[in-house]
Design a protein around this ligand. Sequence first.
Ligand code: PAF
Length: 280
Amino acid sequence: MDIGGIQALRAWRAEQTGTVALVPTMGALHSGHQALMARARESADVVVASIFVNPLQFGADEDFVRYPRPFAADLSACEDAGVDFVFAPALGEMYPSAPEVRVCSGRMGEVFEGASRPGHFDGVLTVVAKLFTLVAPHRAVFGLKDIQQFCLVQRMIADLNFDIDLIGLPVVRDADGLALSSRNQYLSPADRQTALAIPRALQAATAAAEEGRRPKAIETAAREVLEAAAGLEVDYLSLVDAATFQPCPPEFHGSALLLVSADVGGTRLIDNVPIALECG
Ligand code: PAF
């Protein structure tokens, strides 16, 4: 496995004749990332994993400085997953100066995560566009836990004509149901128990949909579970049209997503579940 910054990546990339898959990460790798890398391995001849904690996507009061950076462990996780090149640029290499020109995530970037974290998605799309340009992959593999990010990357690929197949992998969960996230390590054991209300809420919503209930009732079923969890503060909970991220109207049928974000002990957690709504 090769490891390097921009110069080493460019030299390595120029030698590749087969297909290349990219798995963009900020490190602190867990089994969810391993699943992304395994999928990348299946989909291309060679795999690049990037490890870069992108300051552009963190707000001033967020956890950029304390974001976990277990680099040695991350490298062995990449090695185990059969990654061919770990792209780990230095901060000053990616941003020699604060970028004037950035990707604008538009209206879909202003709702839900984007409303709570202004500028977050512009920062994500800017770094992802840079990674796409530098790595020039044929495929890119992202997790569907960050579903709004995934949909925005999909839109950017279409709007900016990147010739890249985007692959989305379903949320990977721990045995207790909590979606894997690098930020789960901020949770105390008690916080973690509290956080389990999130997957329970998603299950309640799924069950309500299976019983034929309509959007408001589905949201209520999930909200009741979250509100019963002391120490958990809901930021947003919404059933949206999966194509537009607009809240589902009462008569909606088709593919929806239940989106949840909540704060548990100062840690922001997000999760989602796809929900199919039949004609009412
Ligand atoms: O999902 C992430 O880990 C990050 O948002 C990404 C895509 C690596 C961009 O920094």
